[in-house]
Design a protein around this ligand. Structure first.
Ligand SMILES: [Zn+2]
Length: 221
């Protein structure tokens, strides 16, 4: 094991604990995956709380999910991560969570495509929601692939979130931002009214984004 893999294992433990502490996962929900090399993926094992991970728990597989090393069993949701790694070579890390407000918004039928928060729009564009898919089935990767080409963050209908990044921290920050956006939308919908940004305000954000060279992929249907 080289020093990069050792560092990544520690980082996965740290991010798993953050996800758990923030309430983005319960019991053994959620998973984290990182690219070790072009065809080797390290990920959190099946059935373990993300708040109680140990660096030696991780499993290493190839891009088809075939186990290379590790004592644990690869998660059944690994297919979702592998589909993203196969689709885009720039993805180095991915996180799947069951963040509660993101899930609640889809169950309550709240329209997340409204452009409401300037910062969320700057990062995500419109927030995509995948079509419903049976968890741990081949349906989930298929539903996510419809968006992964053009965005780094999505909400999975009635299930959770999926975010990717060039680093694990980046994928985690997108998860936090996404859940924060969902929280705001959920709270505002309780009041029955959501004020959207107007065209002029959106145009200004687009301009700033261009000037700063924000390279995050955005979903703009
Ligand atoms: Zn899940």
């Amino acid at each position: 094991m080289n020093s990069r893999e050792r560092a990544l294992r520690k980082e996965i433990v740290f991010i798993g604990k953050l996800m758990h502490d923030k309430g983005f996962v319960s019991a053994s929900d959620g998973n984290i995956a990182c690219r070790l090399s072009s065809r080797r993926i390290i990920s959190t094992p099946s059935g373990k709380s993300k708040g109680l991970l140990d660096a030696k728990d991780m499993t290493v597989t190839d891009l088809n999910g075939k186990k290379i090393s590790g004592t644990g069993k690869p998660t059944s949701e690994l297919r979702l991560h592998l589909a993203a790694f196969k689709e885009r070579e720039d993805i180095m890390a991915s996180i799947h969570s069951h963040a509660p407000f993101s899930v609640a918004c889809t169950v309550a039928g709240i329209n997340l495509k409204k452009i409401v928060l300037p910062e969320a729009y700057m990062i995500f564009g419109k927030v995509p929601v995948t079509r419903y898919a049976t968890p741990s089935s081949g349906e989930s990767p298929k539903a996510a692939l419809e968006f992964i080409k053009k965005c780094d963050a999505m909400i999975i209908d009635r299930h959770g979130t999926f975010t990717v990044g060039k680093t694990l921290t980046e994928a985690y920050m997108k998860l936090e931002k996404l859940e924060h956006f969902a929280f705001m939308m959920f709270m505002c919908s309780l009041k029955g009214r959501v004020k959207v940004l107007n065209k002029e305000q959106i145009k200004k954000i687009d301009k700033i984004r261009k000037e700063y060279g924000v390279d995050t992929r955005r979903y703009l249907p």
